[in-house]
Design a protein around this ligand. Sequence first.
Ligand code: ZN
Length: 310
Amino acid sequence: MTLSGAILISEVGPRDGLQSVKSIMSTADKCRWIDALVAAGVQEIEVGSFVPAHLLPQLADTAAVLRHGLTHRGVTIMALVPNLRGAQAALEAGAQKLTIPVSASAPHSLANVRKTREAMVEEVHAIARLRDAMAPGVKIEAGIATAFGCTIQGEVAEDDVIWLASQCIAAGADESGLSDTTGMANPAQVRRLFTRLRAAIGAKAGAAHLHNTRGLGLANCLAAYDVGVTTFDASLGGLGGCPYAPGASGNVVTEDLVFMFEAMGVNTGIDIEKLMAARAPLQAGLPGEVLYGMTPEAGLPKNWHPSIRT
Ligand code: ZN
C-alpha cells in the first residue's frame, strides 16, 4: 500500500481504546465508527484483539468488525494477537496486519500473558511461521510493551528493550515498535530509545505507540518524529482513559496529533474536519463515555490551511 501522507497515523481506538472502557459498543456502532474513520482518510485501523471473550468482552466481536473493515479499500485492517491461537483466528478472519505485544519488563510479561519474554519471542517465531504458511503477504509487528517503564518493576533497562526488539525481528517479525503502555515516557527517553532501535534494526524500526497519561503524548510523538519515526498510534477522542487523571491510560488523541502534524506542514493524508466528525458515531455508540481532545474543543484556527495534499 502506498502512503498518501508523509507519515502514517494508525488508529488504535477500536482496540486499545475500547479494551479500557467498561461499556460494550455494539458491532454495528463499531462499524459505523470505522466507516467514518476511513471516510476521513485514516489508512490503518487496529480493529480489535483476538483474545478469549471472557477476558475482554468488549472485543468479542473482533472477527465480525474485521470482516466489515475489509470491505474498504485503501486501508490496512489490523488486529492484536497475544499468541499463536489468536493469530490463527486473525488470519482466518482475513487480518491484513498483526501486532503482537511483547513486554520488555519480565514481571509485566508474566503478569500480562503468563509467559517469559523468551517464551514470547518463541511465540513470535511460531506466528511468523503460521503467517508464512497461511498468508505470506500479512505483515507482523512486534510492539515492545512497557518500553519506557513498568508499573510493576519501575524502570526498564534500555538494553532489555533493544535486545527484545532485535530478538523479535530475528524471530520473523517484519517490524518492531515501542509502546509506552504505562504512560511513563518522556521526550528525551523517546529520542534515545528510537535512535537506538533504528541503529539496531534499521528500517524495521516501527511505530511509536504513546499514551497521554501524564500529558506528554504529543511531546513524545514529536520527539519520535524528530528521530525519524513515521508511524504513530493514536486513539480518536483519546478513548480509553482520562489524560488528566492519575492512573488513566488514554492514548494520544488522534485529532490533536493530526492537527499538530498538519499545522507543521507534515501531510497525514487525513482530513481533520472529517476526522472530528467521526467522533459523532463513536459517541453515539458509547453514550456517556467522555471523549477528550483539545482541537475538537477549541475548533480549527481561522484561515486554517492543512498541509498540501498529494
Ligand atoms: Zn496502548
